[in-house]
Write a protein that binds this ligand. Structure first.
Ligand code: NAD
Length: 338
């Protein structure tokens, strides 16, 4: 069977990881990645043998920098069955008509609004609804983590109400331009935050309220989660449920911070110290009077990568069964193994 041809528009934090994850699958291949600037990331894309493309008006800058490109972004999209848009939040909208004209399916990321595709995706929660679709939005890192967790809890115990405080990283480690330096920024200041409604684009029936602030850290986000359940499982039953899902990683108190989670991923030899799983501190799992409490860490740079792979598989009808696709993605990437 021929492989599905995937293009990645925007080879930044998410795009480079999507490209590497696609290359690990046996049913899809990278036919191009695009950059706007001929910087070190563009040089590494070439080193990894990804065909390099650029927006038409930027091609000259690449030539001047001695970096040969295969063509413009439109040509890249025409060569693809599906384009994964990994441009900065809000930019992907500009490319929508081009993707349609080029005749390729399109996946956008969580920085775009739900309406861009009319369908927001999380593999555990709604894989089957993405089968054969031409346009999908993979929800953000925070929403992906919340959807995975709440989907599992709702299926096992039923959810009456969810309350989450999100402690968000200021920016990504490779970004020297932004982020709070010596501040905690209520973000957004108006409450509740947009994260709850975003979870409802994937799982509409779960009552959820969220509050968020940005902290002066770049490594990971942290969620303080409180869920009122319909039934009252023991904390051990909740731990068993969560540990049975490969995209949830239960860790002990010896890993005492997000810094140590990242150090653990480095020690494990994970590429770019990525942690694709929700990181749940097992000792934080508490059930009191039918209410569950826990802390979960979210590695913002990598958690959505397996979801992009599953979205490609569903949209291109490579696999109709959600569990089979996730198992294949997990196996190829090493998810659930540390
Ligand atoms: P990034 O800034 O790291 O990378 C964006 C890439 O797009 C860069 O390579 C840049 O050169 C390129 N680009 C910029 N303008 C472009 C244009 N007009 N046309 C084509 N390419 C252009 O961004 P990112 O963090 O990878 O975010 C990409 C998307 O993923 C956003 O929607 C974001 O909200 C979402 N997302 C980001 C994270 C995260 O933590 N970084 C997590 C989950 C989802």
């Amino acid at each position: 069977m021929s492989k599905v041809k995937v293009a990645i528009n925007g080879y930044g934090t998410i795009g480079k990881r999507v490209a590497d994850a696609v290359s690990l699958q046996d049913d899809m291949e990278v036919v191009g990645v695009s950059k706007t600037r001929p910087n070190f990331e563009a040089r590494f894309a070439k080193k990894r043998k990804y065909p390099l493309y650029a927006p038409n008006e930027r091609i000259e800058a690449f030539e001047k920098a001695g970096l040969e490109v295969e063509g413009d972004v439109r040509a890249m999209c025409e060569a693809a069955d599906v384009v994964v848009d990994c441009t900065p939040g809000g930019v992907g909208e500009q490319y929508k008509d081009m993707y349609i004209d080029a005749g390729c399916k399109a996946i956008w990321q969580g920085g775009e609004k739900h309406d861009i595709a009319g369908f927001s995706f999380n593999a555990l929660s709604n894989y089957s609804h993405a089968i054969g679709r031409d346009a999908v939005r993979v929800v953000s890192c925070n929403t992906t983590a919340l959807c995975r967790l709440l989907y599992l809890l709702d299926g096992a115990y039923g959810i009456k109400k969810t309350r989450v405080v999100l402690m968000r990283r200021g920016t990504d480690p490779g970004d020297a331009k932004k982020g709070p330096i010596n501040a905690i920024v209520p973000n957004p200041i108006t409450l509740p935050s947009h994260h709850g409604p975003d979870v409802n684009t994937v799982i509409p029936h779960i009552p959820i309220t969220t509050l968020a602030a940005k902290l002066s850290t770049t490594l990971m986000h942290m969620h303080a989660v409180n869920v009122e359940l319909e039934s009252s499982p023991s904390r051990e039953e909740v731990a068993e449920l969560l540990s049975s899902e490969p995209r949830m990683l239960l860790i002990g108190s010896d890993v005492g911070s997000t810094a140590e989670v990242i150090e653990m991923a480095r020690d494990a030899g994970r590429p770019r110290n990525d942690v694709w799983e929700n990181v749940i501190w097992e000792d934080s799992i508490t059930v009191e009077n039918g209410e569950l409490y826990l802390f979960q860490g979210v590695h913002q740079e990598s958690i959505v990568i397996p979801e992009n792979i599953d979205a490609i598989r569903a949209m291109c009808e490579l696999e109709r069964d959600a569990a089979a696709s996730m198992k294949k993605t997990n196996g190829a990437m090493g998810i659930g193994v540390l």
